[in-house]
Design a protein around this ligand. Structure first.
Ligand code: ME8
Length: 478
């Protein structure tokens, strides 16, 4: 088991604005999986980062009257402080303006595509949506505007390098059908297979270097400094550049191909069509699985600033704490569907599952243990229940959390049924046995909580193993 490896990635985030709860979701989901595999003793590498070579970011910076690269650093440092507060255990944060870590790998990959004869120059005339950082067509528009962003697309007429994506329709289909590239859930797999059925078109893979872009933004196309790579081309490359694809060093050799790449349903096409095509063209193995999650909605509507239903993860973190936010995202959102979050639902779950549920259970058992057991009781670690490990193997983190809360309920019932607080008075030995059994069960729950609520898990372990008082874990909110 010790030499088994696990490599997991999140999408890299656009640094044009602060991250919202949807971004926090992707990252927390990935973190839970990373922590689970570490707990299983696997050699784990967890990558996240920021997608910086974008027009969107330049426009956001200018709006605030800031130099793009200064603005960029400010926003990206907010990303890392949010991830710190969410207790995200990433091993590396890749920035695509990093000329040492990212550019050589991205340029090497471009070179491989060119060597395969898959890059050609062509005049392009068409529409570009800055919100999507993608080319769109007339038929995508509603009243002349992009329906997702409500903005009028730019009209472009320029010379670009194109990537022969069309050549890879059949090879990608074959990899998906054979299971070599697993796409989870099934509904997303069907969606991409339907798209492949229609056939893929070649994509523009570069843009002329913009006069208003500062030096240091945009990865230069090898051999043609007048062009920079199209942002999705360099962004997707991050998953291998970060491992040192440029020199194919130890990190790359150990961890690529990724075991799972986590992404939202909005960027399925990029990850299940363009990315595999690039890899096949370059002779690089494909990731083993894509985990495609839904959108976070609030009150049934997609979280958006215009609707005014955005929930700021910082606010929730300040009010409820890290582990409570992680808990809610893990248990109350299905990784395979859209999931709704309202402040009301959050508070109800907090009170029922954490304050009255887990918090109360820990307090009850630890009080009994403190009053009646000798110091240093140390239960043997138990095996994980297979419903828990099976769920996590299938990325069903919400179901794995259900298994834990099922145990919490049972253990609560066990205290009531066996009444150790009474037994201890009439038969101290038997009473102690009952309490010891409770602490052993609680220890098991604490271990299962490790990937979900790392701090709470540690507090429970310290309470049982080292008799450290757990304190009041979750205070009820009125
Ligand atoms: O797409 N609910 O970046 P991004 C759930 N830079 N997840 C959401 C969400 C929501 N409402 N909104 C965003 C990009 N996400 C590119 C990726 S990867 C090579 C480049 C999640 O900042 C979702 O997983 O717009 C989405 O894919 C990710 O955040 C990145 O969003």
């Amino acid at each position: 088991m010790a030499d088994k490896k696990f490599y997991i990635t999140t999408p890299i985030f656009y640094p044009n604005a602060k991250l919202h709860l949807g971004h926090a979701y992707t990252t927390t989901l990935s973190d839970i999986l990373a922590r689970y595999h570490r707990l299983m003793g696997e050699k784990t590498y967890f990558l996240t980062g920021s997608d910086e070579n974008t027009q969107k970011m330049v426009e956001a910076a200018r709006k605030e009257g800031k130099e793009p690269l200064v603005f960029l650093d400010e926003i990206v440092s907010k990303f890392s402080s949010l991830f710190k507060e969410l207790d995200i255990s990433y091993d590396q944060f890749i920035r695509t303006t990093d000329q040492k870590a990212h550019w050589p790998g991205a340029q090497k990959l471009w070179g491989k595509l060119a060597d395969s004869g898959d890059i050609y120059k062509k005049g392009y005339e068409g529409l570009y949506c800055v919100g999507h950082e993608a080319f769109i067509t007339e038929k995508d528009l509603v009243d002349g505007k992009c329906p997702d962003h409500g903005t009028v697309p730019e009209f472009l007429k320029e010379e670009n390098y194109f990537f022969k994506l069309s050549k890879y329709t059949e090879p990608i289909k074959a990899k998906i059908l054979s299971g070599e590239l697993e796409i989870c859930p099934q509904s997303r797999r069907n969606e991409i297979l339907a798209l492949l059925e229609e056939g893929l078109e070649d994509v523009s893979f570069s843009r002329p270097r913009k006069a208003d872009w500062p030096q240091g933004l945009g990865v230069p196309v090898p051999g043609d400094n007048s062009q920079v790579m199209y942002v999705w081309c360099d962004a997707l490359a991050n998953y291998i550049t970060a491992l040192g694809y440029a020199n194919e060093g130890d990190l790359y050799k150990t961890f690529w191909p990724a075991n799972v790449q986590v992404l939202g349903k909005d960027i399925l096409r990029f990850h299940a069509a363009i990315w595999p095509a690039m890899l096949i063209s370059a002779g690089v193995p494909l990731p083993k699985a894509l985990l495609v999650h839904g959108f976070i909605t609030s009150g049934g509507k997609k979280m958006s600033k215009t609707l005014g239903n955005v929930i700021d993860p910082e606010e929730l973190l300040a009010e409820y704490g890290t582990d409570a936010v992680r808990y809610f995202l893990a248990r109350h959102i299905s990784p395979f569907e859209d999931g709704d979050i309202t402040r009301e639902a959050f508070k109800d779950a907090y009170n029922a599952d954490l304050a009255n549920g887990l918090g109360n259970l820990v307090a009850r058992i630890m009080k009994l243990a403190e009053d009646n057991l000798e110091r240093g009781a140390r239960p043997e670690p138990e095996e994980f229940p297979h419903e828990y490990t099976d769920a996590l193997k299938k990325f069903e983190v919400n179901k794995a959390a259900d298994v834990i809360w099922e145990r919490i309920k049972l253990l609560d019932q066990q205290i009531t049924d066996t009444a150790p607080f009474k037994v201890i008075k009439t038969n101290p030995e038997e009473g102690k046995e009952l309490i010891l059994a409770l602490t052993q069960e609680l220890y098991g729950i604490g271990r299962m909580l490790n990937p979900f609520m790392p701090t709470t898990s540690k507090i429970i372990k310290e309470a049982i193993v080292n008799n450290k008082k757990p304190g009041n874990l979750f205070v009820r909110k009125e």
